[in-house]
Each structure stands twice: as C-alpha cells, then as structure tokens.
Design a protein around this ligand. Structure first.
Ligand code: ADP
Ligand code: ADP
Length: 238
C-alpha cells in the first residue's frame, strides 16, 4: 500500500501552495489516474512519491516504510522498485535503445564498454524481450535521440518492463504523443497493470483516457483533492 499523509509543498517564490494537505491511500494493485487543470499540482504530487520533489511537510509511506525519512542509499534501493515514465521520456542520451532499457534495473553501462562485456546474457535477453514487446526489436542498437517521440516513450515502457517495479508512476506519460501513439502507450501500461499486478499512479489531462483505464480517479485543484471515486461516479458529477 502507498499512503500520502498531509503532503504540503510550496515552491520558492510562489504565493500559492502546489500541494495543500494531500491525503491519499492507494491499495496494491489499484490503477489510479490523477486529473486536474494545468497547475493543479498533479506533477508535484506524483514527484513527491519518489522524492524527485521534496515535500515541505507530510510523509509518504510505501509498504509500511517512510520514503520521506529514507537515506539516499535506502531511497536508491526503494526506487529500484518504483518505475517512472515522464512526459519528456528522460532517457539516457547518446546511449542505445537496448542500454536504456537495461539501465533502469542494472545501471547504465559506461560508453567505453561493450554491451556483451557489461551485461550478462540473461539481462540482455530480458531487454530484448521487452523491446520485442513494445515493437522496437529492430532498433536496439540505435541511439535514443534518433527516435521519434512515440518510439522514445516505448523505450521508457521497455525500461519499466525490464525493471519490473511494483509501483509505476507516470507524469503525463502520453501528453507529448499523438492520439494513436498515446493509445498504444496506455495499452502497454494497462497490460503491465493487468498481467503483473503492478500498482499504477499517473497523471493525465485527458478525462476519457483516465476513464478508459483507471479503476479510480483523483481530481486535484489548487493542490487539494477535490474528487476521489470511480470513473463511473465521475460521469455523474461531470
Ligand atoms: P500540474 O502538474 O497539475 O500542472 P504542477 O505540480 O506542475 O501542476 O504545479 C503546481 C503549481 O506549482 C503551479 O502553480 C506551478 O506553477 C508550480 N510549480 C511547479 N513546479 C515548480 C517549480 N519547479 N518552481 C516553481 N513553481 C513550480
Ligand atoms: P519537463 O520539465 O521538460 O516537462 P520533466 O517534467 O520530465 O521535464 O522533468 C523535470 C525535472 O525532473 C528534470 O529536469 C529533472 O531535474 C527531474 N528528473 C526527471 N527525471 C529524473 C530522474 N530519473 N532522476 C532525478 N531527477 C529527475
């Protein structure tokens, strides 16, 4: 279970709080979509979970452990089990598609090393299977900056497939993509949820997409939770 307790965050120089007393409990295996207008605090909320953003107050408990109290080393270990997909991909530049898929779990290979020397055969096989699953098997040796946006996001999904995290966070993972590619990425995320029982917490700005995939919707406005319920109940209030 993931539990956010009294999260507050106000960025330096900002008058308004980005998060204002957020309490949220996510059960293992839930698929939660966070919705809200631009500036509502969605990205801050997601990023507080793995401490890409440090909250000013409040705690994040994950499987009984306080992520906000962890040392850097403990946090690194916890992050191995928490996957993340970003709007702007956040892949390792200059490195190959295959290396990017492997790096989330096994660490990045220095550029001067060769792939077979750095990763074991079984690690490479795992990454090759992940690339097949996202339809990038032919592009494993390409450098990631040569890919289209949709291909880059598929590399990010392959990285999650290799990492096999228990929790997947997504910060607008489909906002940079055209609708066909976006649908494809959402299907990948949904199948990770369905087939591996992965807990999913992501922010989206498309209500229809959230409705199609999430089992629960959180509405944020002004850094506060203003809706928490099923996609069906959202239809009635909308
Ligand atoms: P959303 O993801 O819903 O668009 P954000 O969490 O990005 O919302 O932003 C919430 C509020 O915090 C907004 O008012 C935004 O301008 C502000 N904010 C976000 N990131 C920063 C930052 N790095 N520095 C200053 N203000 C920020
Ligand atoms: P943008 O602001 O262009 O939309 P993102 O929202 O994806 O890009 O990322 C914003 C910031 O979050 C990055 O500039 C970086 O400092 C931080 N960040 C992203 N990914 C990671 C990561 N894996 N580890 C540490 N910091 C990260």
């Amino acid at each position: 279970m993931l539990e956010l307790i009294g999260l507050n965050k106000r960025y330096k120089g900002e008058a308004e709080a980005a998060l204002d007393g957020v309490h949220l409990r996510v059960q293992t295996g839930e698929f939660v979509a966070v919705l809200g207008r631009s500036g509502a605090g969605k990205s801050t909320l997601i990023r507080c979970v793995n401490r890409l953003v440090e909250p000013d107050a409040g705690r994040v408990l994950w499987q009984g452990r306080d992520l906000t109290a962890m040392s850097a080393a403990e946090l690194r270990r916890a992050r191995m089990r928490i996957g993340m997909v970003f709007q702007h991909y956040h892949l390792l530049p200059r490195l190959s598609v295959l290396t990017n898929a492997l790096a989330g779990r096994f660490g990045a290979m220095p550029r001067w090393r060769s792939l077979p020397g750095w990763y074991t055969a079984s690690e490479r096989a795992l990454a090759a299977a992940a690339l097949r699953e996202v339809g990038l098997e032919a592009l494993g040796r390409r450098r990631v900056e040569e890919l289209s946006g949709g291909q880059k996001q598929r590399v990010a999904i392959a990285r999650v497939l290799v990492q096999q995290p228990e929790l997947l966070l997504g910060d607008e993972p489909i906002s940079s993509l055209d609708s066909v590619t976006a649908a494809r990425i959402m299907r990948h995320i949904a199948s990770l949820h369905r087939e591996r029982g992965m807990t999913v917490l992501l922010n989206l700005h498309d209500v229809a997409v959230a409705r199609a995939h999430a089992s629960r919707i959180i509405g944020l406005a002004g850094g506060r939770i203003v809706y928490d319920g099923s996609p069906e109940a959202l239809d009635e209030t909308a």
